[in-house]
Structure formats: C-alpha cells, structure tokens
Design a protein around this ligand. Sequence first.
Ligand SMILES: [Zn+2]
Length: 341
Amino acid sequence: MSAVVLAQLDAILARATDLISKAPDAEGVEQCDIGLLGRKNGELTAILKTLSSLDEESRKTVGARANQVKNEIEVMINARRREFAALTGAGAIDISEPVLPRPEYGALHPITEVRQNLETFFRGKGFLVLDGPELESEFYNFEALNIPADHPARDMQDTFYIKDHPTLLMRTHTSGMQVRALQMYGAPLAAVVPGRCFRNEATDVRHEHTFYQFEGFVVGENVTLAHLKGTLEAAAQHLYGPQTHVRLRPKFYPFVEPGMNGEVTCVICAGQGCKLCKGTGWLEIFGCGMIHPEVLKAAKLDPKKVSGFAFGLGLTRIAMLKYGVGDVREFNAGDLNFLQQ
Ligand SMILES: [Zn+2]
C-alpha cells in the first residue's frame, strides 16, 4: 500500500516541477499553488488525507516523504513568484519605455584648463600660487603700482566703480597682488596670481569686459632681467614646445622699469610668418619687466637691496590660441555648444 502512495508522490513532484517551470506568468504560478497544495482540492493535500488509513509504520515513511515533496514544491513556487515580482515591480525593465537621453558629463572650461596647467608648471618651479580680491582698492590696483590719479594709464584701464565706495573698484589686472603679497610675505618671494579682471570696454571679438590674467613675479637679491627671460622661455616652451623662442621688446608699463613685451615664436608658422602673427613670425604673449623701484617702496622694500621681475599674460588669449577660438566673447557666453566642442 505504502509503495503505491510513494509512487504517487514521486509522480506529483515530477508533474509539479514541469508545471511550475512552465507557468507563463504570476497568475499561472498561483494556479499551480492552488492545484497542488490547495487545502480543499490540492493533489498533494488529497494524498496527505489518506495517511490516516495507513498502518503506523507506513504512515511514518509516507508522511516524511510527503512533507519533503511539499517543501520542494513550495520552494519552486516561491522562486517563480520572486521571478515574476522582479519583472513587474521595482527594477523591472519595460522595453516599451522611451529611451532616456544620454546623461551629460561636465568638463573643465578651456580657461580653467590653461590656468591649472600653468599653476602646476610654476608650482614645480617653487612659486606660490596666490589668490587676490576681485573687488580691489584704488591703492593696490593703481597707486601702489606707480599709477597716480592723473596718470594716462588710468584712462586705458577704465573699470567698474562701486557706488558709495569711491575708493573701491573691480580690479583691472592681477598686478595689484604684487604689493599685497610682498607686504604679507616680504622678500625673497616668488609667486603667481591667476585671476579674473574687469575693464569698462566696448566688447568686440578681441575685447571683453571680463577676462583672465596670470601674473607672476620674483623679488629678491640680485634678481635680473636674465632671470626674467629664462623664466618666460621655460613657460613658453612648456606651453608651446621645446622649439619655442622668446624675444623681449621695449614697451611702457608704469609699474616696471624697463618694461617689455615678451613675444614667442608663432604657434602656427613657427616663425615663418602667417595670418595669425601678421607675417612677423612672433606672437605677443607676455607683458613684463623689472619691478619699478616705486612699487618696491610701496611694498616697504628697499630698491637698493632687492630687485625683482614681473610678468603677466592673458589666460583668455592663451586659451584662444590653444583652441583656435576667434571670438573672445565665446568664453563668457555660457553657450554649451561652444564649450562642448
Ligand atoms: Zn605665424
């Protein structure tokens, strides 16, 4: 008798395995559950009900096997329930859903890239990297740099003044940090100051009211023009390659004496002459010179004991040359089409 029941249990398990694995959806799984394990008409339940008619020995054997089969069926049903729940619940993949736009990844602004590149270079040469106030006093922006109130350079560097604070202005260059830094750290000192500057300009492809400068200066005993040229050459070669040369040509800046333009061999034609360099083979990159004695005095240093050189370059211009940008206004326009190129 018990052998017959055991065979029935095996048959039920085999069929259950088949039915459960073939259930097409969650509904199908529930039907298997009811049909096999249901309290009223479940196939396995029906067999369990016959156990009482068996003798005690058979009841033990068959009962143990029946429980085993029941457990196996429950495990299979629960596994398939989870399977269908995952498909319809959270995390389900609905293939009819419209494709989401590709996430957009940010990148550094071209001017930021150029600035970080130069900062790394000068830090490696032992320069401090300093920050300074964009809202600057008239003293540090002009007077300390040998530009008194009646000096024509003030006209060329017209900027934005602050209503009700006549001595404050939006700085026109990063050079104001020369005296600030020397007052703070004294000499000897080697520092670079990247930063945003402002001028009251009528904007066009080459002029913008907001632009970025990169200032550098070294002050100490016996600092000479040769140090200046060597520094500029190293920076230019870092930017444009080892074949790059620098030449210095006189130019007036109120806060240096002598003042010079630092020109580098053209990045396009390498000195042959082209449209970019207007046929000269040279590009004007640096404004530079030996720091004016009046500036050293403003920083409470003795020009007889220490000397120094200073240079400035336009980060905006470097970025324009590097990326071939024709219109300076693109950098501040916030146009993603431009920035993503
Ligand atoms: Zn050229």
